[in-house]
Design a protein around this ligand. Structure first.
Ligand SMILES: [Zn+2]
Length: 447
């Protein structure tokens, strides 16, 4: 998997041996069962440096091409003091891409000009290193160890094969194209309706990979699809396939996901691949929705990782979601997968106050509790972290009344290795099935 990457011969041989040691793997070209899919993620080491069996491997070095890309990146990994969510919001607006939140500080990416601006505003920058230095320090993240992840081509092939082999309940369609013209695939699970044809059944929508570097989100969405089809004959899943309208779109930002792995080394890319007027790359798709667009926790500076774009829905990818949701009035629930932090977040993200409608707020809270019982993640209102406008969930709830959530998957890095996939998929599939169980009428949780 992720065949675009330059796998070393020794490592790919080892990985194959580990994968195929576990029993009956799916043969090339064969659709894996859920068990086989999970099996393909087990035995894969967290990193070439992290497993005894792989310690003899030479330390992976940055290739000249990858080193050049990272040297030219211009971003820093910085630690900045921030006492509360208001300071964190101000930092987002100054262009800091907050990745980790600690008690009194945050860690994330920003350019020099943005760091200077933060310092001028009185923020204390405790530590900074170039992304090149950061990448060298994180050599364990060499993508060769992550061959179990699906790149765009592999994602496409798996989705096509799932639809092909489960024509009784599944169909695959493109919801539109990315900026670079890649199809944004959507797998639909519904025993009666196929393709883009509307349905009056209660609908649920799972979407992954808004952010390029969050490759684990694609795996969770794919794992969910494989699980549901693998268990389609079991009474509970059969009932959902016969009564609900289920959509799974694993890789929204396919351009960004491919761009992130293009050099054979990760480049910590978050946004899509829009070339901005200042030649910087990308718009933050999860700041580009039309819900209090760019009013807080987002940046108008194109080079910033939290750049909201020139206008709401300026990007083809968010526009695809807009049209998709607007064309499906039957959608009741939505899950947008992100990584990482082990959180389950619900609106508002863009307001510091809770959802005004008491009943809705209670449903959000109850659903969050229901799902985190399986994942162990922390449920909370999104803006408890920081106020950030223009995200998927606020827009979906505000404009269509959809109970929309953001999952921040587990792990302690955007590149947590392949060994984490199995557990993340397994637990999040259970949470996703819980979401199915309430999609017919989320308000039943209040009765
Ligand atoms: Zn994200």
């Amino acid at each position: 998997m992720m065949k675009k990457l330059a796998l070393t011969l020794a490592l790919s041989t080892l990985c194959s041996a580990a994968v195929f040691a576990g029993g009956k793997p799916a043969r090339p070209g064969e659709t894996p069962s859920f068990g086989q899919l999970l099996e393909s993620f087990s035995g894969v080491p967290l990193s070439p440096r992290g497993e005894a069996s792989l310690e003899f491997l030479p330390e992976p070095e940055l290739s000249p091409a990858a080193a050049e890309v990272l040297r030219g990146d211009g971003r820093y990994w910085a630690t900045v003091r921030a006492a509360d969510k208001y300071q964190r919001t101000a930092l987002l607006e100054a262009g800091l891409d907050i990745v980790e939140i600690k008690k009194d500080r945050v860690l994330g990416f920003a350019r020099k000009a943005e760091l200077d601006r933060m310092a001028e505003k009185g923020f204390i920058i405790e530590n900074r290193m170039t992304i090149y230095e950061y990448a060298r320090k994180h050599l364990k993240d060499f993508p060769a160890a992550d061959g179990a992840y699906h790149n765009y081509k592999e994602t496409t092939e798996l989705l096509q094969s799932l639809a092909e082999r489960n024509q009784d309940v599944a169909s695959l369609f493109s919801a539109g194209k990315t900026l670079e013209g890649r199809e944004i695939w959507c797998l639909r699970l519904n025993s009666a309706e196929k393709g883009v044809k509307p349905s009056s059944r209660p609908g649920v929508f799972y979407v992954g990979n808004h952010h390029a570097r969050e490759h684990l989100t694609n795996e969770v969405a794919l794992g969910l699809a494989v699980y549901l089809l693998d268990h389609k004959a079991e009474p509970e899943i059969k009932k959902y396939l016969e009564t609900l309208d289920i959509y799974i779109m694993p890789m929204l930002n396919a351009d960004g996901a491919e761009y992130d792995i293009q050099t054979g080394r990760y480049r910590w890319h978050r946004k899509n691949t829009r070339v901005n007027p200042d030649k910087s790359i990308g718009v933050d798709l999860n700041r580009n929705y039309d819900s209090r667009w760019c009013r807080a926790g987002a940046s108008h500076t194109p080079s910033a990782d939290t750049y909201c774009g020139p206008s709401a829905f300026s990007e083809p990818e968010t526009l695809v979601i807009k049209k998709f949701v607007e064309a499906r009035k039957n959608l009741k629930t939505l899950m947008s997968y992100h990584s990482y932090s082990s959180l389950l977040l619900y609106p508002w993200a863009g307001l510091a106050t809770p959802v005004e409608n008491e009943k809705d707020r209670l449903v959000f809270e109850k659903m969050a509790k229901g799902m985190t019982a399986f994942t162990g993640y922390k449920p909370e209102q999104s803006s408890d972290l920081y106020v950030a406008t223009g995200d998927t969930t606020d827009w979906a709830y505000a404009t269509a009344g959809i109970f929309a959530f953001t999952t921040e998957l587990e792990g302690n890095s955007f590149y947590p290795g392949a060994a984490i996939i199995r557990k993340a998929v397994d637990n999040n599939v259970k949470a996703a099935v819980y979401m199915l169980s309430v999609t017919d009428d989320p308000y039943k949780l209040l009765r």
